[in-house]
Design a protein around this ligand. Structure first.
Ligand SMILES: [Zn+2]
Length: 316
């Protein structure tokens, strides 16, 4: 069984597969590397706060030379009861974006999804944990100059809270910051009649249900998995880096409601430190799974290697 690499120069696992009871989970990475400046990500962080945590953050979670957090962007595939469920669809290729790293990208995540054993036509459900640029990209692909649904036979599960927010005045401002991904990655889905608006606690099947986690965005959902004795949660952007376990007060610059984001994160950490569920945040370097533990009056993230069935290096 692979162990969690302590050396950030080791090739990142492009595909990590875990078996959770009857549910098979593949974590399919689109990109991984030093991306976010700590003070861009966390406006309330100070150099001395960061310095106090660098001894454990680097090199796995923080690249000292680049002065940036190591960030994975990934989507997940759940295979459960004969259904195929994709959770989050990364940045995508060929899209016009404000952030240089995301603009007109060509990471080939769809090919990697095929390498994980999933053809787009097989996908039954697509869940967007929220409508941020790095979670909706492969909702659509370019065909003859038009954005068309990548997963033509899927129902795309959206929450009304998220949808409404992005058409509000504040949402308009957020879209201007990152490029108008609603137009090229969300609207083509509703226009094709493939979207279902579901409650934030919507149950997909006996093993998988959405869990409300508002704050980072108003309609953000985690995805809980319970099968046999296995318990896990795809935690989306409840945590961007494990520094938020040690310093749960840190909300990001990208949080729509930083105070609510903080309250939701604190409740999540408290709950998961007791639940012992496998926690899989969207942006922790692969393999991203671990457990939350109490550490004094805060928490720590302990990466778990034992649950990983297979890690496929893929030059991401
Ligand atoms: Zn994100």
């Amino acid at each position: 069984m692979p162990t969690v690499a302590d050396d950030s120069s080791a090739p990142a696992a492009a595909i990590t597969q875990l078996q959770l009871g009857e549910v098979a989970l593949s974590c399919v990475v689109e990109s991984q590397g030093p991306l976010l400046d700590p003070f861009e990500l966390y406006p309330e962080a100070t150099p001395s706060l960061l310095e106090a945590h660098l001894h454990w953050l680097a090199p796995r979670f923080y690249d000292r030379a680049a002065g940036r957090f190591v960030i994975a962007i990934q989507g997940f595939v759940l295979q459960s009861g004969g259904k195929v469920i994709v959770v989050d669809t990364c940045v995508g290729d060929c899209k016009a974006r404000v952030r240089g790293e995301f603009n007109a990208a060509s990471w080939g995540w769809l090919a990697r999804l095929r390498a994980a054993g999933v053809r787009p036509e097989q996908v039954d459900y697509v869940v967007c944990s929220h409508f941020h640029v790095d979670h909706v990209g492969w909702n659509t692909r370019l065909e003859n100059g038009k954005w068309v649904p990548t997963f033509p036979n899927a129902r795309y599960l959206f929450t009304r809270e998220e949808w409404d927010y992005w058409w509000s005045e504040r949402g308009n401002w957020g879209r201007a910051r990152t490029g108008d991904y609603m137009d090229d990655s969300v609207l083509p889905i509703t226009e094709a009649g493939l979207a279902d608006f579901v409650a934030m606690d919507h149950r997909i099947d006996a093993a998988i249900a959405l869990e409300p986690a508002p704050g980072h965005t108003p309609g953000l959902v985690a995805v809980g998995i319970a099968s046999g004795t296995a318990r896990a949660v795809l935690a989306s952007d409840l945590l961007h880096t494990p520094l938020q376990c040690a310093c749960p007060q840190l909300s990001t610059r990208f949080c729509a409601d930083p105070a609510l984001s903080r309250a939701t994160r604190l409740a999540f950490l408290e709950r998961e430190a007791q639940s012992g569920r496998l926690v899989i945040p969207a942006h922790f370097p692969a393999p991203s799974a671990g457990v939350i533990e109490r550490a004094g009056d805060a928490y720590r993230f302990r990466p778990t290697a034992g649950a990983v069935l297979k890690a496929t290096p893929g030059g991401v």
